[in-house]
Design a protein around this ligand. Structure first.
Ligand code: FE2
Ligand code: FE2
Length: 418
């Protein structure tokens, strides 16, 4: 009996145990149901193993012929799929690599480019674009809506973040630290303590949301992972600066802790991102610039400069994210407004900013406790608060709040800065 084979594969002396079945299986993968595969073999065991294997995989065994001392086995491909999914695999798309670079924003190829309105719970940890086997378990991610989780700019911000990572042990001029006037050193240490506790919230809040955002929105998750990495480095350098020059960590106030806890308590990703990054980290950019301007030593100056650059990225990512949320759902503006007002009422019973932090800002700008210079420090601190307010209003109007709303929201923002 003769057969027409769709393709033929030469398996030489391979047995079922050392590669024959891989070659046969891969060759069948390329065929359609009803096509015939010819397997040429020099191994006598194949005539026993192949028929059993074909039946097990729901292919039709067509028999064996032999000539020239070689066996020719034939299998007709059955309709059972090796992996049962709802679609074919992608193939043949090539990433646009330019000058040796493959930018993350260019990985939108084939099905990986299809951003769903709602992510599929059973797609779980499968990378977007993979063909997922039916029967995969459902994952409990609760940020599954494109409107909440997707942001056009995330891939670009992710790229900037990976290029911008620095090393807190080596990139700060630690060896240039010299003993400072004790009051000034104490002020620096108090500010570093305050910065570090705020940075812990900036690490924990995105870390909490990473675990809840569906991996379908990978760009957002990857960017937040870089933010967590950045905040870890910020905690590191602020704590190190408090310890490096003979001072030490100072006071943490109940009001600061209360303010930061309200960020962690948020149960809505967009609200959390708005509060932490647009309002909080936005305000921190001005605080870090102030510390950079008035820093009494090169290490403190470089710490403030580098962390401010990272914060700028976090703020711009959040502005891009919130802007795109508001574009797709205009009712969200009222929700954000309510969330800020609610937070303000929760915090209304607490004192303002930790007074030791406020004084430290004055002492830093005055360069110490000299009575001649303290008024200058006070003036600088007042100017800082005005700048923080103006810049918050500017950011809020840039993402679509009316002037009056922006003004009110900025006034409602926590006195703790973050
Ligand atoms: Fe930070
Ligand atoms: Fe940050």
């Amino acid at each position: 009996m003769t057969f027409t084979s769709s393709i033929s594969v030469d398996t030489r002396d391979l047995s079922a145990a050392d590669g024959l079945l891989i070659l046969a299986g891969r060759a069948l993968d390329k065929l359609k149901t009803g096509d015939v595969l010819e397997i040429v073999s020099d191994n006598a065991s194949a005539q026993h193993d192949l028929p059993a294997w074909a039946r097990l995989n729901a292919h039709r065994w067509l028999g064996t012929t032999s000539n020239d001392g070689r066996w020719r086995h034939r299998i007709e491909k059955g309709s059972a799929l090796r992996v049962l999914t709802d679609r074919e695999l992608d193939w043949g798309n090539r990433g646009p690599i330019k000058d040796g670079r493959f930018d993350t924003k260019h990985w939108l190829l084939g099905h990986a480019a299809q951003i769903r309105q709602t992510a599929e719970p059973s797609h779980g940890f499968a990378p977007r674009g993979a063909s997922v086997e039916k029967g995969s378990p459902e994952f409990p991610f609760d940020v599954v809506d494109r409107n909440q989780a997707w942001s056009e700019g995330a891939a670009e911000f992710y790229e900037q973040a990976t290029a911008g990572h620095w090393d807190g042990s080596r990139d700060i001029p630690w060896s240039q630290l010299r003993p400072l006037d004790e009051d000034l050193e104490r002020a620096v240490c108090q500010l570093m303590t305050f910065l570090a506790e705020n940075e812990f919230s900036a690490l924990y809040v995105p870390a909490k949301w990473i675990a809840r955002i569906h991996p379908h929105f990978a760009e957002t998750v990857l960017f937040l992972a870089t933010q967590v990495r950045d905040e870890a480095r910020h905690i590191e350098v602020f704590v190190k600066r408090a310890l490096a020059n003979g001072g030490g960590l100072q006071f943490s106030s109940a009001s600061t802790q209360a303010s930061l806890k309200t960020l962690l308590d948020q149960e809505d990703f967009v609200q959390a991102s708005f509060m932490l990054s647009v309002l909080g980290e936005g305000t921190f950019m001005d605080l870090l610039r102030y510390i950079e301007t008035h820093a009494p030593d090169p290490a403190t100056r470089e710490i403030a400069r580098r962390t401010r650059i990272d914060e700028t990225r976090h703020v711009h990512f959040a502005l891009d994210h919130i802007r795109s949320v508001l574009r797709s759902d205009s009712s969200c503006k009222a929700k954000l407004y309510r969330a800020i007002a609610d937070r303000a009422s929760v915090l209304s019973g607490m004192k303002g900013l930790n007074p030791l932090v406020e004084e430290s800002l004055v002492i830093l700008a005055a360069g110490g406790l000299s009575p001649e210079r303290l008024p200058l420090g006070t003036k600088a601190r007042i100017q800082l608060y005005e700048t923080m307010h103006e810049n918050r209003v500017r950011r809020l109007t840039a993402i679509g709040f009316a002037d009056r709303e922006a003004e009110e929201l900025s006034q409602l923002h926590t006195p703790n800065f973050m």
